[in-house]
Design a protein around this ligand. Structure first.
Ligand code: SF4
Length: 215
C-alpha cells in the first residue's frame, strides 16, 4: 500500500478497508461473532495499541477495549497524559474467539492482511503489544510477555514495545515494586518518553525485524 497517500485517498482507502473487514468471512470466527471489531481511535496517530481479540463486551458493542480492561487501559494511558481518543486501538483478530480462547494461528493469519493494511495506512511510530498473543505474533517469537515487556524492538521501521494486557493487571492488584502494575507504569512512562523524544519525521531504519534496541 502506498505510504504517501493524500489524506483524501487515505480516507477513501480506510473506509474501503473498514467495509471489507466488516463483511469478512475469511475465518471460522465469523460464524459466532456478533460484531466485527475493526478498532477505534485516531487513524493518524503516532501510537497504536494492539491486543489479542475482542472479548464479550467488545463483541456486543463492536468497540475495542471496552469493559473493565478497556477502562483500565484508558487510565494507564491518561496517567502519562495520553488521551485514548488520540491513539488507535485494535486487535490481532477482529472477531471474538468463542469463550475468549486464544485465536489460532490460522485465524491470526487470515486476519493478518487487515492488521497490515491498517498499519500501512496509519503509519505509527510506536506500536504497543498488549499481552502474549500480539507480542508473539508480531515478533514471531515463543518468548513470553514477562520476558519481553518493557523492551524496545524495531519492527518494520516502527518502534515496538510489549506491555502486559490490562486484563492481566486486573487479576494482579498489587502495586509493589516489581508487580505487573508497577512494571506497566514503568512501561507506559517509557512509551511516553519515546513518543516525546521522537521527532515527527524520524523513523528507524526498516528491516531488522524483531531486533531488540535495548542495547
Ligand atoms: S477474525 Fe478477521 S479474518 Fe476472521 S472473520 Fe473476523 S475479520 Fe475475517
Amino acid at each position: 500500500m502506498n505510504a504517501f497517500l493524500s489524506s483524501a485517498n487515505k480516507e477513501e482507502a480506510w473506509t474501503a478497508l473498514e467495509e471489507k473487514v466488516k463483511s469478512c468471512t475469511r475465518c471460522g470466527l465469523s460464524a459466532s461473532r456478533k460484531s466485527v471489531v475493526f478498532g477505534q481511535g485516531n487513524k493518524n496517530s503516532r501510537l497504536v495499541l494492539i491486543g489479542e481479540g475482542p472479548g464479550a463486551e467488545e463483541d456486543e458493542q463492536g468497540i475495542a477495549f471496552v469493559g473493565k480492561a478497556g477502562r483500565l487501559l484508558t487510565q494507564i494511558l491518561s496517567s502519562v497524559g495520553i488521551q485514548r481518543e488520540d491513539v488507535f486501538i485494535m486487535n490481532i483478530v477482529k472477531c471474538r474467539p468463542p469463550g475468549n480462547r486464544v485465536p489460532s494461528p490460522d485465524e491470526m493469519m487470515a486476519c493478518s492482511p487487515f492488521l497490515e493494511a491498517q498499519l500501512a495506512l496509519i503509519r505509527p511510530e510506536i506500536v504497543v503489544c498488549l499481552g502474549n498473543t500480539p507480542t508473539r505474533w508480531l515478533l514471531r517469537t515463543s518468548e513470553g510477555i514477562t520476558a519481553l515487556r518493557g523492551r524496545w524492538f524495531q519492527w518494520r521501521g516502527i518502534f515496538l514495545i510489549p506491555m502486559f494486557h490490562p486484563s492481566y493487571l486486573l487479576r494482579n492488584e498489587s502495586r509493589k515494586k516489581g508487580s505487573p502494575k508497577e512494571l506497566t507504569w514503568r512501561d507506559i512512562n517509557s512509551v511516553k518518553e519515546k513518543l516525546d523524544g521522537l521527532k515527527k519525521d524520524f523513523r528507524p531504519t526498516p528491516g531488522a525485524e524483531g531486533k531488540n534496541t535495548d542495547a
